[in-house]
Design a protein around this ligand. Structure first.
Ligand code: SF4
Ligand code: SF4
Ligand code: SF4
Length: 167
């Protein structure tokens, strides 16, 4: 085998782990295992979403695409869900953490930018003077409305750290 082919085969045989994608779900579920029931459904929640952020993944489960818009917590997805996966009684903040990456944020590099501030109706983005915006987690519902307004895609979603998780 030629040296070039050897290295090509070697690279192909090493499967690099794929970065786990964080999935934001509608704000009305109790247990992620319930989404298995979505196999039986034609994605009715996506049709009803007034901001069109609910998309149906290949596995037929709904996820939120914040690059389009944010969630108004209008309840429509829960009202229409025929399988009881989404229910009004489970309504909560969206189960992700929204985070501003200082490395990507213009304001953290001392360029004036307040693009994310006004879309946040919960006033959850705090600037320190003119710069250094941070999201106050206690006030953030993870609605996602700020995300598409960031010109440098510095606002990202992360998995929420649960109280019992190790820190
Ligand atoms: S609550 Fe309303 S806006 Fe939010 S995901 Fe459900 S249908 Fe869409
Ligand atoms: S309406 Fe309910 S069962 Fe149907 S895709 Fe949405 S969450 Fe799943
Ligand atoms: S900071 Fe949180 S509450 Fe405010 S717009 Fe962004 S996601 Fe919504």
């Amino acid at each position: 085998m030629e040296r070039r082919d050897f290295f090509k085969n070697l690279t192909q045989s090493i499967q690099m782990p794929k970065k786990k994608e964080v999935v934001a779900r509608p704000a009305y579920f109790s247990n992620t295992e319930d989404f298995a029931k979505c196999m039986e459904c034609a994605g009715l929640c996506a049709d009803k979403c007034e901001t069109h952020i609910i998309k149906i993944a290949e596995d037929k489960t709904p996820y939120l695409d914040f690059s389009i818009s944010g969630c108004t917590f209008c309840d429509e997805c829960a009202n229409v869900c025929p399988e009881g996966v989404l229910q009004l009684e489970y309504k909560s903040d969206i189960d992700v953490e929204v985070y501003i990456d200082p490395k990507k944020c213009m304001s953290w590099s001392k360029n004036i930018c307040f693009s994310c501030k006004d879309p946040c109706l919960d006033n959850a983005i705090e600037f320190s003077g003119m710069f250094y915006p941070e999201i106050v987690t206690d006030r953030c519902t993870a609605c996602g409305f700020c995300i598409k307004y960031c010109p440098t895609e510095a606002i990202i979603i992360k998995e929420k750290v649960k109280e019992n998780d190790d820190v």
